[in-house]
Every structure is written in structure tokens, then in C-alpha cells.
Design a protein around this ligand. Structure first.
Ligand code: NI
Ligand code: MN
Length: 244
């Protein structure tokens, strides 16, 4: 499945995505395994995470962040407020609280925090804490291949400029509707971004998420340059992501 020395991308259900870089580093975005109905059983047994990225504080993106931080000690890139929160919980090492527009290079992987139109909060017991602005990430791997991981977001026209600036070859977009873009919005987003491969996420987890990969593909039917790479939870895209 992973017979490539290039980038591979595994969907761990809902919004949780595991990237394996060309040099073999693992980058985990938005960890939610415990209680995630779409999480494959193996996801809970991750043995190594080199870098963890967090787009916002909602539990479907953040639920397992503390557990992973304490068990696997990855470097962490998140917004400043979430880094403060993790600090209060005893995570202090390798914690990079950055902010929108900024970039940081960790182990040869360049991470840029880009805007997302959504909200962000952390539910901590019976308290709901503000958790800064939500974000997406542009991830440039060691060989230059670049992914735009949009995070939870509504459609916005500046996705065009994210595409122009960073030239991602892959875009990972939410399509489930209700909390994020649905298929129609995500299809227009894909056209603006200009990535040749698009991986839909944040769909099918709950009945309320009505956007489907089929509907997304239909919306993109007239776009021969854009390929929808549909994964099931637990599946990996590898060779099909090779640049052309
Ligand atoms: Ni959210
Ligand atoms: Mn979400």
C-alpha cells in the first residue's frame, strides 16, 4: 500500500490525518481516536508521531492531543492559545504556539499556519475555554511536495491565494457540510486552490454530515485536471499522489 518513497496520506477517520513524509517522518493532524466512530482500531496504537499539528480546539480534532503528547512526545505546532492550554496541562517540551501567517520548520518539514473560517474552543470538564483562532496548515515536505490541509472551514475566496503562494499538489478539504463546507463549496474551493489531487475528509462520521465524496466528485465532474482521491478510514494514498 505504501510502496513509494514519496509522501503518503492515511485518513484515520473524520478529521484525523496521518502524513508520512518522503524521509519517513510521521505528521499527525487533529488527533481524535478515542470515541471516534470512524476511527480504525489500529489508530489507537500509533507507535510514533514526530510532529503533531492542531487546527483548533474542538474535541473532534483535539480529543487525543494530550494523550498523544504525553505518550509519544511529538513536536507540536498549534495556535498560541492552544499551546498555552497544553502548557497548563504539563506539555511544555517541543511545543510551538504560532499564529496565522507564520511558518516554522521542524525536522525539514515546513508548516505554515493559514486562515480558516470556523470557531475554536476547548471543553475542559464542565468549562468551555476560548482557544484562539482556527487555522489550516500548508505543509511542505522535504522533497518540496506541498499539501494544503484546510482544517474545518467555510469557503473563502483567498483559498485562491493560498494556492498561488504555496502551490500545493494535494488539498485535504472538509466536505461534510453542517460545520464546514459541503460538496458544492469544497468543489469551488478545489478549483481555486488548483491542487491536482483532492482528498475529502470531515464527512460520513455522523448522520448530520450529509456531504459525500460522490456528491463532491459530481461537482468536480467538469474539472479533468482535478482528481478526487477518496479514502475510507484507515486507507492510505501513496503512489497516486506522485506529482505529474
Ligand atoms: Ni470544529
Ligand atoms: Mn470538526
Amino acid at each position: 500500500m505504501n510502496a513509494t518513497n514519496g509522501l503518503s496520506i492515511t485518513w484515520l477517520g473524520h478529521a484525523t490525518v496521518l502524513y508520512r513524509s518522503p524521509s519517513g517522518k510521521t505528521v499527525l493532524v487533529d488527533p481524535w481516536m478515542e470515541g471516534n466512530p470512524a476511527s480504525p482500531p489500529d489508530a489507537k496504537k500509533l507507535a510514533a508521531v514526530d510532529l503533531m499539528l492542531i487546527t483548533h480546539g474542538h474535541s473532534d480534532h483535539f480529543n487525543d492531543a494530550l494523550t498523544i503528547a504525553k505518550r509519544l512526545h511529538p513536536e507540536i505546532v498549534c495556535n498560541f492559545e492552544i499551546s498555552l492550554y497544553l502548557g497548563t496541562k504539563g506539555v511544555t517540551q517541543k511545543l510551538h504556539g504560532i499564529n496565522t501567517g507564520g511558518s516554522i520548520t521542524v525536522d525539514g518539514i515546513r508548516v505554515t499556519m493559514v486562515p480558516a473560517f470556523h470557531s475554536s474552543s476547548i471543553q475542559d470538564g464542565d468549562e468551555v475555554l476560548p482557544a484562539g483562532d482556527p487555522c489550516g496548515f500548508v505543509i511542505r515536505f522535504e522533497d518540496g511536495q506541498t499539501v494544503y490541509h484546510a482544517g474545518d472551514t467555510g469557503f473563502f475566496g483567498d483559498m485562491k491565494w493560498i494556492g498561488e503562494l504555496y502551490r500545493p499538489s494535494v488539498a485535504v478539504l472538509p466536505i461534510g457540510d453542517l460545520y464546514t463546507m459541503g460538496p458544492r463549496e469544497a468543489a469551488v474551493a478545489a478549483k481555486l486552490i488548483g491542487a491536482k489531487r483532492v482528498i475529502p475528509i470531515h464527512h460520513s462520521t455522523f448522520p448530520g454530515l450529509t456531504g459525500t465524496p460522490d456528491a463532491f466528485r459530481k461537482e468536480l465532474a467538469d474539472q479533468r485536471e482535478i482528481e478526487v482521491v477518496e479514502l475510507k478510514p484507515g486507507e492510505t494514498a501513496g503512489a497516486e499522489l506522485a506529482r505529474r
